[in-house]
Design a protein around this ligand. Structure first.
Ligand code: C2O
Ligand code: CU
Length: 456
């Protein structure tokens, strides 16, 4: 794989045209397969054995699916694993039947079977896809990839680079994925962290760029539990989108970029490095900074530094939800280690293999947490009464945080809530169907932090 992907213009000129999976005029040809299969990948540093991972199309991460806004994504998903699985298209607002949640929106795809995913992508931006059947294990084993929907008027950048940040828990001797997927410590504490951190399926990704080049960086956190705190060196610029959704105006990049599991951020950066290396660095638990992605500087581009980029074009349905009319809901997040849940309640939870509750229930359970009428505005207060952070993700619709003075924050699909924090989100229930609302620390989701709402 080349270290950089061609710009949209180059793609349209015919280079890498296979990356365009949905184009008008081809709607009735057989869908291109997307195959879940085992493969060996060199995740660990050189000298270590290859790691057997579960992949899409034999790639780690899965192939980058790129298509134009308002076109259809059509893929014949083929399951060549020996366990059932399904594909969820994270953050893209699509028809419910295509959402890929086994047991809620479709049956899991049996080994040897296939399922045709076919949906319109209304929104441009940075999304991703991942397994949504036993996702704690299946995502940890490698089943994820980037889904990029291109704006009709793409920003003027020299390169468009997707960076999927991830971590893997490997046996230090064999470099194989540790098969401990029901560890009570992971389930009841911060989730399943890896011991090897990397980008785009490699532990030490290095790119090349020229000084003065302008890059669009699409950062995706595909990790099971790890929140990445990042800073840039020799790169400076603007944040232009969060969780796929364009911001009304580009904002200077914060000193530290916080990216919770499943969140995305789009940056437009200019290469300003004075030496021969730029980088994205990651804050470790020990308060030290580590190199996440190195960027080797290979000369200077002819164009000097450019003006502030324009905002990305807005997506449809970005109107603010009507707070005055909104139905108030409250969801308590409870349980886990050191969370203050009464011991008797904790014990009975644990008897069912769970450690957490959302809205008083260890899910998924029937009936849904809420039934909403189509078009209804909602404000949902989320009360984190636990000792851990959680990355709360709503399927099918983006929301905005209700900030001080009833001001509404940017559109997101995943919200990081710190231990003890309270947040309120608002959205218009404008997408009919059964939609999950769960923690994207996937061990937590497996241990009870999975609820759903129904919009009809
Ligand atoms: Cu990233 Cu329920 O999904
Ligand atoms: Cu959680």
């Amino acid at each position: 794989m080349p270290s950089f992907h061609p710009t949209r213009r180059a793609v349209l000129a015919g280079l890498g045209a296979t990356a365009l999976s949905a184009r008008a005029g081809f709607a009735d040809s057989a869908p291109i397969p997307l195959t879940a299969q085992r493969v060996l990948a060199q995740i660990a540093p050189k000298g270590y054995p290859q790691t057997e991972v579960w992949s899409y199309d034999g790639q780690l991460p899965g192939p980058q699916l790129r298509l134009a806004q308002s076109t259809r994504l059509r893929r014949r998903f083929v399951n060549k694993l020996d366990v059932p699985t399904s594909v969820h298209w994270h953050g893209i607002r699509i028809a419910n039947a295509m959402d890929g949640v086994a047991g809620l929106t479709q049956e899991a795809v049996a080994p040897g079977a296939s399922f045709d995913y076919d949906f319109l992508v209304p929104d441009a931006g940075t999304y991703w896809y991942h397994a949504h059947t036993h996702s704690m294990e299946q995502v940890a084993r490698g089943l994820s990839g980037a889904l990029i929907v291109e704006e009709r008027d793409a920003p003027d950048v020299d390169r468009d680079e997707v960076l999927m940040l991830d971590d893997w828990r490997l046996d230090p001797e064999t470099a194989q994925i540790a098969p401990d997927f029901s560890h009570p410590m992971d389930l009841s504490h911060g989730g399943r962290f890896g011991n090897l951190i990397g980008t785009n399926g490699r532990y030490n990704l290095s790119l090349t760029a020229k000084r003065h080049e302008r890059l669009r960086l699409r950062l995706i956190n595909a990790a099971n539990a790890r929140t990445f705190v990042l800073r840039l060196a020799g790169l400076s610029g603007w944040q232009v989108a969060l969780d796929g959704m364009p911001q009304p105006t580009p904002e200077p990049i914060a000193q530290n970029i916080v990216l919770a599991p499943a969140q995305r951020i789009d940056l437009i950066v200019d290469v300003t490095a004075a030496g021969d290396e730029a980088a994205i660095d990651r804050l470790g638990n020990d308060a030290q900074w580590y190199r996440q992605v190195g960027v080797q500087i290979t000369g200077a581009a002819s164009r000097a530094r450019r003006a502030v980029p324009a905002a990305l074009p807005p997506n449809p349905r970005m109107e603010l939800p009507d707070l005055a009319q909104a139905r108030p809901l409250e969801m308590k997040i409870e349980g886990g280690a050191m969370g203050g849940m009464p011991m008797s309640q904790m014990r009975s939870l644990m008897q069912s293999g769970k450690f957490w509750t959302l809205g008083g229930q260890a899910g998924p359970v029937d009936p849904p947490f809420a039934r909403l009428s189509l078009g209804e505005p909602v404000r949902l207060r989320m009360v984190n009464d636990t000792a851990f952070p959680h990355a709360m993700h709503l399927h099918g619709m983006h929301f905005r945080e209700v900030l001080e003075g009833e001001r509404l924050g940017p559109m997101r699909d995943t919200l990081l809530t710190e231990a003890g924090a309270r947040h309120e989100i608002a959205f218009t229930a404008d997408n009919p169907g059964k939609w999950l609302l769960h923690c994207h620390m996937l061990a937590h989701a497996a241990a009870g932090m999975t609820a759903w709402i129904e919009v009809s």
